[in-house]
Design a protein around this ligand. Structure first.
Ligand code: ADP
Length: 484
């Protein structure tokens, strides 16, 4: 069990239509701490009926919610934001227990997650329509922005709180309702948020948290015609599947999928800054973020210096239970995740890769893994094509900007890219040449609620955060007034 200042934030029931519920047949699923294997508790395994009920109640609640003024909706989100920040420590502890990330990162995620509530509480008040110069005498052309209606969200375990607020905050701010299915690995963070939403005065039914089998819940969310929009963060494979499932009811969709981020260090880069950026970008959340650098392209002239400095710093990173002081790398989420990293390393070694540090499971056992750097990596390796989602950095050598750009863009993904350079014309060439939705120039961590987040190519559809993040939850209505 996690010890919390406010134990009522830990709940083992799902939240549907403003009620805390168990599964009608009493079925539950265990949630474990990936650092210790300890069972933290259970959550209900709900059937389709429960999800359908959540959607029905959401529809009724949304009809009232959309009539409230933006300022009234904003006030509820602001209160929710305050409560999240007041309970930051408890929420972070809960997250570390079920997700594994170091406590400092969990605290950071609660602040990041809450920032979306604050941002969209403000942004929701600035949803402007339009008056367009008329095309005919006696007619007026007006554009209204309206909420899309009931939205469903399916979210992953790597950011158990932020991936929900990034969707729920804009949806609720503009007058939608949302039914959320958190990942089964990390439901307690989602449920704790709902406790605080309720305390903030969010009317019943506007936010439901449904737990259980992904396929069953996903089927109801995608087939139910009342759901007008599906928003998903997770793997590209599941994103494709959900997109297909949404076709029959022509739902709007937002997808935030996998990445294969290049991290380019040009010959004129500040190498020490690049080393620090590369560490932050690669090893945050033990490499389990969709914007983590996946392929490192280092210019031949500085390759050896970068590799040596990088490997030296990486080898000093402390691995362990995220709840312990000084730990910067927690466990991977599951055994399967560890096997994927092992498999990519074995493949890299068989194709000429050379381990500079790490390379195997950590002596702590379980799903702990050594932070790893592999030199002499190349484009024939699995890691060039596949997201690692673990703490392994392959270093690939390049000789010209064009070569680096060509390799960086040689991917079906296009979420984040990073590069280090101090040359202004090179910076523009790279920033414009990289095919991705986010580009970090001399920065390894760039996500913020004020900027748009989303992918090019098969990394997704739509943008989250920023002034763009509300558009995905709005319909545009053209009103033509005649007879004037
Ligand atoms: P990850 O590698 O992050 O676990 P997934 O895409 O498998 O990526 O999971 C992201 C979310 O998608 C989780 O909430 C998971 O339960 C959900 N999910 C996985 N498979 C399906 C499915 N077939 N239908 C609906 N949701 C799914």
């Amino acid at each position: 069990m996690v010890s919390l200042k406010d134990p009522s934030l830990f709940t083992q029931q799902a939240y549907i239509g403003g009620e805390w519920v168990d599964a009608p047949d009493g079925k539950t699923e265990q949630v474990t701490n990936p650092a210790t294997g300890e069972v933290l508790g259970t959550v209900p395994v709900l059937g389709r009926d429960a999800v359908a009920h959540a959607i029905d109640v959401a529809e009724k609640a949304q009809k009232q919610w959309k009539k409230r003024t933006a300022k009234e909706r904003s006030a509820v989100l602001m209160k929710w934001y305050d409560l999240m920040m007041e309970n930051q420590e408890d929420l972070a502890r809960l997250m570390t227990a079920e997700q594994g990330k170091p406590l400092a990162e969990a605290r950071g995620e609660i602040a990041y997650a809450s920032s979306f509530l604050q941002w969209f509480a403000e942004e929701g008040k600035r949803i402007y329509g339009d008056v367009i110069p008329t095309f005919a005498q006696g007619r007026r052309v007006i554009v209204l922005k309206e909420p899309v209606g009931v939205c469903a969200a399916i979210t992953p375990w790597n950011f158990p709180t932020a991936m929900i607020t990034r969707k729920a905050a804009p949806a609720l701010a503009v007058g939608c309702a949302m039914v959320v299915k958190p990942a089964i690995e990390t439901p307690f963070s989602a449920l704790a948020m709902a406790v605080l939403a309720e305390r903030a005065g969010l009317p019943k039914g506007l936010l439901s948290i449904v737990t259980g089998d992904a396929k069953t819940i996903g089927a109801e969310m995608t087939e139910n015609p009342t759901v007008r929009k599906l928003t998903f963060t997770g793997s590209t494979a599941v994103g494709r599947l959900l997109m297909r499932q949404c076709a029959d009811t022509v739902k709007k969709i937002s997808l935030e999928l996998g990445g294969n981020a290049p991290f380019i260090v040009c010959e004129d880069a500040d190498i020490d800054a690049a080393v620090d950026g590369a560490i932050a970008s690669k090893y945050r959340n033990s490499g389990q973020t969709c914007v983590c650098a996946n392929r490192f392209f280092i210019h031949d002239a500085i390759y050896d210096e970068f590799a040596e400095k990088y490997a030296a710093k990486v080898s000093e990173m402390k691995v362990g239970n995220g709840a312990e002081d000084g730990v910067v790398l927690g466990p991977l989420i599951t055994e399967k995740a560890v096997e994927k990293v092992e498999n990519q390393i074995a493949d890299a070694l068989s194709k000429g890769g050379r381990i500079l540090t790490g390379g195997k499971r950590h002596a702590k056992g379980g799903s702990f893994f050594e932070p790893t750097v592999i030199a002499d990596a190349n484009r024939d390796m699995l890691v060039f094509r596949e997201e690692t989602f673990g703490p392994m950095a392959p270093l690939i050598r390049f000789h010209s900007d064009d070569e680096a750009l060509e390799m960086a863009n040689d991917s079906e993904f296009g979420l984040a890219s990073y590069f280090y350079s101090r040359d202004i014309s090179r910076i523009w060439k790279m920033a414009e040449g990289l095919e991705s939705g986010l580009v970090g120039v001399n920065a390894g961590v760039i996500a913020t609620e004020v900027a748009p987040f989303g992918g090019y190519k098969q990394s997704g559809i739509g943008r989250e955060g920023s002034k763009y993040g509300v558009e995905d939850y709005l319909e545009v209505k053209y009103v033509c007034m005649a007879g004037i």
